[in-house]
Design a protein around this ligand. Structure first.
Ligand SMILES: [Zn+2]
Length: 462
């Protein structure tokens, strides 16, 4: 008799067993683990399996839960290298970024995002939070399908074999004008704006979730959504129990403008308009007061740190230790994609703190991996991913322990080795929903990822 789960027509994700040479089981490295996968989920975790069972897929190295990249702007990948010439600040960097945003179309964005998400899969990332704000054609005219750009990103994630939470972003104004409103968007920002939060809500309400795609909301920042319209976005997310993300106090200029117009910090403004809460994540949370930290922690609002971008843009170092202690769960994102390497993000958070305090060991490797996996997934609305346990989504990634970077330490220290010495180049396998998306360092769905990246970036440069 044929097992019903072996019929590919009945079940898109057939039953399969993966044998893990070493597995990270949240607290320790376990040698010899079999993961039975059924319908895209882990059906059983069997320990003490010294040799691969017949027919099992063999994953040599240390298998971790899939990594979650909780903050991405896919098109920023086109800036890599280009923005490392000369000097400046976040604000001068932003001008270069706008010149690329001006050129995106649904087709060119699809091609770029497919390649960027393939790069993510090669880095062990199984879910991305795409903070998406390039909604309309240049000048602000909606496309025939007003969600053509968002749909291009959702499709790109499917093509690259990873999950996406499309954080559809309200971006309505160029900056804070006064207590009542915002400044008119500049010519670059016309593409980002729906005019009002109500129009934003109407457009996003049409977006549909799929097996690999969740729909969430974002407030670009208190600069880009006037105070009187913050609650509209918060309510939209609340009604759908969807994740809500917001760039928060990345720059002191944002704090100054908010103080001048509203007499309070951006965090206080968000709190007063119902934006904070356990489904909300503040991205960066860099320049905060003690009261801000208490508001974020006390409301269970998450913090997404993007250390490689924050250091690249000379933003500063956010108070991640104090935020976590106050009750804010931590996640990690590669944001502007100066590099795409969640292991680097994890160690950068710890190493930044070491430089600032001149003491070591603010987080264990286990805690850093939790931020990069389970807590990152939760921030994106994938509560059932990011752990290797029965019932969880079958999303995981394997780090080589025999590369030039990782050889030497005993396997028991695999988590420390992965976080503090490995890089994205050490990712050997990535499995999403039980499907082998990266095998032996090669993407199984996008054949030539570097060429795809080069062609997509070249098309925008031309
Ligand atoms: Zn960002």
């Amino acid at each position: 008799m044929t097992h019903p789960h072996q019929d590919p027509h009945r079940h898109p994700h057939p039953q399969r067993t993966y044998w893990l040479e070493h597995a990270w089981l949240d607290t320790h490295v376990e040698p010899g683990v079999a993961l039975d996968v059924e319908d895209g989920r882990i059906a059983a975790v069997r320990t003490g399996i010294d040799a691969p069972p017949p027919g099992a897929e063999i994953l040599r190295g240390l298998t971790l839960p899939g990594l979650a990249n909780a903050h991405s702007h896919a098109f920023h990948r086109a800036l890599r290298g280009t923005v490392q010439v000369g000097s400046g600040t976040f604000w001068t960097w932003r001008e270069v970024m706008y010149s690329f945003a001006d050129k995106l179309t649904p087709d060119s964005y699809h091609a770029l995002a497919r390649a960027v998400y393939a790069e993510m899969a090669l880095a062990g990332i199984t879910a991305v939070g795409e903070f998406h704000y390039v909604h309309h054609a240049p000048g602000g005219t909606p496309y025939a399908d007003p969600n053509a750009m968002g749909e291009a990103l959702v499709e790109a994630a499917a093509d690259a074999g990873i999950r996406i939470t499309l954080l559809d972003t309200a971006y309505l104004s160029a900056g804070i004008l006064d207590k009542r409103g915002g400044q008119t968007p500049n010519r670059h920002q016309l593409r980002f704006s729906d005019g009002t939060a109500d129009a934003w809500a109407e457009r996003c309400s049409v977006l549909k979730e799929r097996d690999h795609a969740r729909i969430g909301a974002a407030i670009h920042s208190v600069r880009a959504v006037p105070a009187g319209q913050l609650a509209t976005v918060a309510r939209w997310a609340e009604e759908r129990r969807a994740p809500l993300h917001v760039h928060l106090s990345e720059q002191t200029a944002e704090n100054d403008a908010c103080q001048a117009a509203h007499g309070c910090t951006p965090t206080r403004l968000l709190a007063d308009h119902g934006v904070l809460g356990p489904r909300t994540t503040g991205v960066h949370n860099t320049h905060l007061t003690a009261e801000d930290i208490a508001l974020l922690g006390g409301s269970g609002t998450g913090t997404c740190m993007c250390p490689t971008t924050e250091r690249d843009l000379a933003d500063g170092i956010g108070p991640a230790v104090a935020l976590q202690r106050a009750g804010s769960p931590l996640s990690l994102g590669s944001d502007s994609h100066a590099v795409i390497d969640l292991l680097e993000e994890a160690r950068a958070m710890e190493l930044n703190e070491r430089l600032r305090t001149r003491t070591r060991g603010h987080w264990t490797a286990a805690a850093l991996l939790r931020a990069a996996s389970a807590d990152g997934h939760a921030a994106l609305g994938w509560d059932d991913a990011g752990t290797l346990e029965a019932g969880a989504l079958a999303d995981f990634t394997t780090i080589a322990l025999d590369s030039v970077r990782t050889a030497g330490p005993v396997p028991r220290l695999g988590a420390e080795t992965a976080v503090f010495a490995a890089s994205a180049a050490d990712v050997r396998h990535t499995v999403v929903a039980g499907r082998h998306v990266v095998r032996d360092g090669a993407h199984t769905l996008v054949p030539e990822v570097p060429q795809a990246l080069a062609a997509a970036v070249e098309a925008l440069r031309g």
